[in-house]
Every structure is written in structure tokens, then in C-alpha cells.
Write a protein of this length. Sequence first.
Lengths: 276, 374
Amino acid sequence: MGEVKESTSRRSFLKAIAVGAVATCTGAVFDSARAERAFPAQKGKNRFVFVVDVRKCIGCDACVAACKAERNTPLGVFNTWVEKWEVGYTDPNTGETKVKVLNVPKLCNHCENPPCVKVCPVHATYRDENDGIVLQRYERCIGCRLCEQACPYGVRYIDPIMMVMNKCTWCDHRVRNGLKPACVDVCPTKAREFGDLANPEDPIWDLIKKNSVQVLKPEEGTKPRVLYIGLEGIEGVYVGSGSESRHPGEVWTDPADGKVYTYNVRMQHNKFRELR
Amino acid sequence: MIEAVGPTLPNHIVEWTVLIVTYPFFTGIVAGATVVSALVYLFGLKHLEQLERVGHFLAIALMLVAPLAPMFDLTMPIRAFKVPFYPNLSSPIILFFILWALLLIVMFLKSYFLFRRDFVERAKEGGFFGKVAGVLTFGAKDINPEADDKKVKFWATVSIPVAMFFHAYVGFLMSAMHSMPLWGTSILLLVFLISAVVSGIGAVLLLYVIGQSILGEQVKPEELKVPVLVMSAFAGFDLFVLFIEYVSEWYWNTAEWPLIAMAIKANLLAYLIEVLGLFFVLIGGFSGLRNSVSGITLLSIVSLIAVYAARWTMVIPAQMIDKGHRGIVYPHIKFVGREGITEVIALFFLVFFLFFLFVSIAGYKPAQQHKEVA
């Protein structure tokens, strides 16, 4: 009888320990999660936005060079790059040709609804609620690369030196001190513009009001804040070759009117792959 | 050096390779092994109890090893322990901690009541494993098999949905990436779960046949008829769901289809092994192969190879497709080093080490049966 009593009390003791441990762990996790939400307290009330005027870009890659210098980005990875697109058609019957070559600069879109922030398990990627810049806490990133999978724009990469995720920050260290991002400052044709929508006097408002603006991959629902001028009727209209039997990027013929369309894209960065 | 076909974005490489292929393979076997539990405890096929016991040993070993695969895959593995302390509850990775911990607790509770009678017997025998078994009784030396059996049945029943959810979460990790062609479909979860049943039953059958032959005991193929038939039926179901998925992709003919086709062509060998293997399991299970021990062994080996190939086709081709939607990038698979094949081999060895460790502690056969035989 005594033995039974002893084992009962031991069981209840073990139960009490288990309940206590679970309660403590749950409390600790929720407390840290709550503390996490309060971090970081930021003061600014800016609404930054980036405008790329594709019509003005001459593809000189000065922005790429400036970014590499400013952010000290290692070999083989890029915060920004310039793609070359050849878009248009040739009518074989009349010889009518309407083809343009565009230089399309790409960078992080600092989305209002960023999928990379949503999937990060440790809040290493976060969106600053005050000025909307999507940033990375390098000391916390675990390197699961889920953000890279989730990003529809392919702008995130593992930094080969730090071995954590890195990305374009819109040069937050500059813009929070009244400067413009390095790529904007260096652009010789003013194809890149940066401004603050919270300031009604900002010249960026003129650019947005006077031109038709587009965003990349609007169908992903990310609400990008890099606005493009000059991609009207191009981005989001036909993004594939339109035929399952052809290599994407090849020329294709519209069977309805016989016009030969191209959507040839040369991103010209495959050579950098040799460096990785 | 990274190889690419067509224009690709400069930062794009195939990030998740062999370790993430192995991860759903392991969790799938855990989920599949619970189907054998279901056969025993829910459908009352008591003659499969030994098979279920082998499956349980394997499931615990895999549960402990599976998290190492994504952990080794991290670029900062030691920081994995940061996740519970800074959890972002909107991330699918948080589900892992919840479901894995839950499944581990349920499995340990089931193990405790399943093996308690063995631990008590073993503790009497003494020796190293006897001492370990004595500790694992947690001081409760009273044997009451009937009461324990009820608890085993309860926890085994609980473990079935939890294991299924745990495996489905691994599929959700990929299907939540809606911007990626081939991944952003909800049918992926179904493909994951169905192929899990095939590989789970296959692995349990294989280990059971090997275990019995090592002990010199006869395997009765007619007793294994039901699990083999379930495995074959699920192989057929898997083929059907795969057919639906890829035919839909082909028929939709979206802007991504040319790239999906390129990625499929680049991984054609894996797709062939997957489809032909599953087809073999489907046909073999309903033919004379299930009437012989060698036939069952062959079917289970083929099921494991086919499902490993299936994991490959779920993880790799989608990542090869460039975010610019104009080219594909080939995976760069190393033999040694981070995310190398050697790490996968080490994980497999670890699974078998833990399996044999658990068998040594708790005994391959239940203690009472052991006594009866003696």
C-alpha cells in the first residue's frame, strides 16, 4: 500500500514538473515574440519610393558599379543589375518593323506586402513600418533561404562572405541622413529617381503624376514600391514565348496576323556565374 | 561554377539540394509508418503487431534524425536554436517546431506504454542495456499489459493525424511559395502525403523482412498481404495524382510551361525512375510478387527508390526555373562539404544506428512473446 502511495506521489511530482516546464517554455517563447514585435522603435515618418525611367536608361552599368562600391557586395552576387530587353514585332508581309531595345534596371522592390518578411522564421527580414524599407538583421539570419524562394523578383542572395542572406537596402544608411541611394546619385541620365511620398514638395510626385507608371509582376500581390516608367504594354502583357514547343525568349509568330513577335531578353550576367 | 540555360537572373542558384530532398523522404516514412499502426490498432490486424513494432522503432529514429537535414542545410546551422526564441508566427518553418514537438511527445508516450513491459523485464536481466531499460521505466515496475495496450492504442491513434500533418507541413513549405511554378499548387501536399504512404510501408516491410531473416524466423507472405496491397494501391493513387498535376500544367500552358518542360527534361531520369518505380509497385503488389518473400523485398526496395526520386522531382525542378522566367539553372551538387552527398549518407547511417540502438534497448520482439518462445 505504501509503495502505491509513493509511486502516486512520484507521478504527481513528475506531472507537476512537466506542466511547469511547458508553462515556462510557452511563456518564454511568447514573451520573446512580444518583445520582438516591439523592436525596433523607429522615428522617421517617411514613405520612400523608387522610380526607374526605362526610357532614359542607357545601360552604362554605372549603378551596378556604384552599388558594388557602396555596399561592398562580394563577387558573383548583385543588389542591382541592368537587363537588356528586345521587344516588338516584324510583319513578314509588309516588312513593318516595330522593335525597341530597353535597358531595364532591377533591384529590390521593397514591397508593401513583402513575401520574404512573411516567411522569415526569425524576423531577420523585417519591413520598417515608418519608412517602408525592407531590411535584414544579419546577426539573426539562420540562412534557411526561404526568403529567396518566396521572392518573385530574385533579388535576394546568400552573401558568400557573411554566409547569411543579403539584399538591396535602398542605401538606408544614406537615405535616412538626407542623401540618395548610391545608384541614384551616380546615374548620368537620371533614369533612377528616389523620393519621399510623405513630402508633397518632393519632385518625385511630378514624375509619378506626369507619367504612366508600372510595377513588375503585379499579379503576385506584393505591391512593389519600385515604379517603372516606359514599360507600359510590356511588363505583364506577354511574359513568355506563348508556345510550349519553343525556347523562351525566341521569336514567335502570331497565327492571327502573321506578325513576328520577339520578347528577347539578354540579361548578360551569366558570365558572372563562373565566379560563384 | 554554376551552369545555366537561357537568360537567368544574376543571383539565382538552386539553393536547396540533396539534404532538402532527403528531409521529406524521412518525414514521409514517419507518416507512412503510422499507416501500419492504423492497420493494427484501428483495423484490428493483430498479426501485424511485429511489423508495427519495427515501424515504430524506425519512426522514432527518423523523427530524431529528420530535423538534422534542414539544419545542416542552413548556412548558419547553430542559429537554428534562435527560431523558438524569435518566432515569426506567419512563417511556415514555425509549424515545424509545433508539429515536430507534438509528434515527438505523442511518439514517446506511445513508446513508453508499448515498451514498458519490455523495459521491466530487461531491467531484471541487468547489463548495460538492462540499466538503460531500468531508467526508461521511470520507476513504474508494475506490469499491466491490458491497461498499457489501451493507452498504446490511444496514442497510436493520435499519432496518425499528427504524423500526417507533420509531413504535410514539409509539403506546405514548398507549396506556400506561390510565385514558383510547380511548387505553388495545393495538389503538391496530396502528392507528398500519398507518396509518403508508399515509402513508409516499403521501409517498414524491408526492415521487417531483414529483421526476421537475421533472427532466422520465417516470414509469412500471406500475413503481409494487406500492407503490400495498401502500398500498391497508394502507388497507383500517387501515379494518378502526378498525372493530374502534370497534365494540368501542360494543358494550362501558362507562360511558365516552357520552363517547366525544360526543367522536367533536365530531370528526366528522376521522373522516369519515379513513374516506372511506382508503376512496378502498383503492378507487382496485385500480381504474384506479393506471394513470395523475395517479391515483397523487391517491391519495398523499388518503392523506396521510386519515392526518393519523387522527392527529387518535387524539390529540384521547381528551383531550377529562373525567376525571370526565361531560363533554367542547373543544381550544383557536391560530394563533400556543406550540402554534400556525404552528409546525406551520414544521416542514413545515423538513422540505422539509432534504429539498432532502440532495438537493443527495447528488444526486437515483445518480452512476453520472447518468453513464450523460450
